[in-house]
Ligand binder design. Structure first.
Ligand code: F6R
Length: 243
């Protein structure tokens, strides 16, 4: 099935549309296994879902959350882990107990932790919904180019542009990780539903390449076009450069 590309006027509209999309899936399957990106793009969707949770018009409390990616070497209890960000932005506002948040390993035996993570995905029957952003180099999760369709959950070296982009999350001055751990493209492409979001002019060229260029490991997000059911939610500036 070709991706459906939904173009919204601006970031606020994108966030509301993203929340509608997630809410519809959760209404049909309250205990869905959801893969949750961090980064700036989905924060509006998560805030909107949190508002609806408080208003009683949405209930995400039964979801199973799967972390999408993690820094390697940041202490497990540090607030700068992407796990902590996933709790703050998604699990806690939706009252999802932490035992239902499947964490990626950032320390210790990472290969072993990745294998345990993949067993949890299998035990959940696979991912029902993947909520993703896209990096300016076409990465999804920390699947940096080149990452082919068969990559598994693994430790990776972050691309220089990813290290720079991540510095902005933590006020530029903090040292940021140079290595990470990511769910592989194999799991992402196998998700039953995929929501890929992009906002802002800086994403326009890569969104075009990912959706209109060749499906290639050099643009990992393009591989999502092989997924069962991909929805791409963009604002106008990320699609045609309009302000
Ligand atoms: C974050 C993640 C990354 C981001 C991407 C876009 O968990 O997996 O792939 O989705 O780097 O980041 P933003 O949304 O900050 O532009």
């Amino acid at each position: 099935m070709p991706p459906s590309i939904l173009v919204q006027r601006d970031y606020d509209d994108l966030s509301r549309a993203g929340a509608d999309f997630v809410a519809e899936i959760v209404a049909a399957r309250p205990d869905a296994a959801v893969l949750v990106a961090t980064g700036e793009t989905p924060m509006g969707v998560y805030a909107e879902l949190a508002r609806r949770q408080e208003a009683g018009t949405f209930d995400g409390s039964l979801l199973q959350v799967f972390q999408l990616d993690e820094y390697a070497g940041i202490p497990d209890h540090d607030r700068r882990t992407l796990y902590a960000w996933t709790l703050r932005a998604f699990a806690d506002p939706l009252h999802i107990p932490h035992r239902r948040v499947v964490r990626l390993p950032g320390n210790g035996d990472i290969a072993d932790g990745c294998a345990a993570y993949d067993r949890s995905v299998a035990a959940a029957g696979g991912i029902h919904l993947a909520i993703l952003g896209i990096g300016i180099n076409g990465h999804v999760g920390f699947n940096e180019p080149p990452s082919d369709r068969w990559t598994t959950t693994r430790a990776v070296r972050l691309a220089p542009e990813t290290i720079r982009a991540n510095a902005r999350y933590w006020g530029q001055r903090e040292p940021v990780a140079r290595r990470g751990v990511t769910v592989g493209m194999m799991t992402l492409v196998s998700a039953r539903r995929t929501l890929l979001m992009a906002s802002g002019r800086s994403k326009r060229d890569i969104v075009r390449r990912a959706m209109r260029g060749p499906v290639s490991a050099d643009v990992p997000a393009s591989l999502l076009r092989d997924a069962d059911d991909l929805t791409v939610l963009v604002d106008r500036s990320a699609w045609d450069g309009a302000a």
